[in-house]
Design a protein around this ligand. Structure first.
Ligand code: OAD
Ligand code: ZN
Length: 245
């Protein structure tokens, strides 16, 4: 069965890469983007150009960020995160590359040098003009004081945004480079809980396969890379990873 094949692959893995998407965090109570009830089925994403060009959209983006904090701020790592952290700990996984901004891989104990956050991190903000870092608590205080208006940078009046990547915004160069290096050097590439529809991130399974890695996909729904994969398992991530150790 698929589970036995996966157990075999993971037993022989020496320098794997786990590439994760929102599906690994749904059991922690955080909705994904594209499933029924997912975030993009409720709100259209605010792209980078819109964020830059419109004060009301910046206000809306920060309203959403604070609503997320209230709803999911207490989320803890799930079975999938914990299982991957163990595989990093025992040396089988060289890295976890994630599209998620929820910080749960870090919370599960994956060290910084083994973690690549491709879409950034929502735990702090930066000024898009001068690069100054701003803590979320500062943004929240200013936002409330201004009656629900997104604050500008006190140093240069530039727009302040969470340190996450929006549609239309350049990918962080260093994270992309590290993700490529890990991907090109891995023996097993595990794509876990991602619809694999967003580029450039969706190029990684292909790149791993091209470099000779064994490609495994674990996702509730089929993806367009399933036929390319050596193994595709359509099941719940927590169930699958928890029972395999
Ligand atoms: P998606 O919402 O596109 O895909 C999540 C996948 O996980 C879906 O195919 C679900 O079927 C699957 N899934 C959900 N819960 C699962 C579970 N418990 N077990 C197994 N499978 C499960 O999320 P991503 O692929 O992460 O980017 O989305 C990629 C990027 O698009 C995000 O990082 C975000 C989004 O727009 C930006 O915001 C730039
Ligand atoms: Zn600034």
């Amino acid at each position: 069965s698929g589970r036995e094949a996966l157990a075999d692959i993971l037993a022989g893995m020496r320098a794997g890469v786990a590439f994760t998407g929102a599906g690994i965090s749904t059991e922690c109570g955080i909705p994904d983007f594209r499933s029924p009830g997912g975030l993009w089925t409720r709100n259209r994403p605010i792209d980078f150009e819109t964020f830059l060009s419109s004060q009301p959209m910046r206000d809306e983006a920060w309203r959403r960020r604070f609503a997320m904090e209230e709803a999911f701020g207490g989320a803890r790592p799930g079975r999938g995160h914990r299982s991957l952290a163990r595989m990093v700990g025992d040396g089988r996984l060289a890295a976890v590359v994630t599209q998620n901004i929820d910080g749960l891989h870090q919370a599960s104990g994956v060290p910084e040098e083994r973690l690549v956050e491709l879409h950034g991190n929502s735990t702090y903000a930066t000024c898009l003009a001068c690069g100054l870092r701003h803590e979320l608590s500062w943004v929240r205080t200013r936002f409330d004081a201004l009656g629900g208006r997104a604050p500008d940078c006190p140093a240069c009046d530039g727009p302040v945004k969470t340190a996450t990547i929006s549609f239309g915004q350049a990918m962080p160069a260093e994270a992309m480079l590290r993700a490529r290096q890990f991907t090109q050097g891995c023996d097993v590439f595990l794509a876990i809980g991602s619809s694999l529809v967003v580029y450039p991130a969706a190029g990684f399974p292909l790149e791993a396969k091209r470099n000779g890695a064994t490609l495994v996909i674990i996702n509730r729904e089929p993806t367009k890379f399933d036929t390319l994969a050596d193994l595709a398992i359509h099941a719940d991530i927590g169930d699958i990873l928890d029972e395999i150790q």
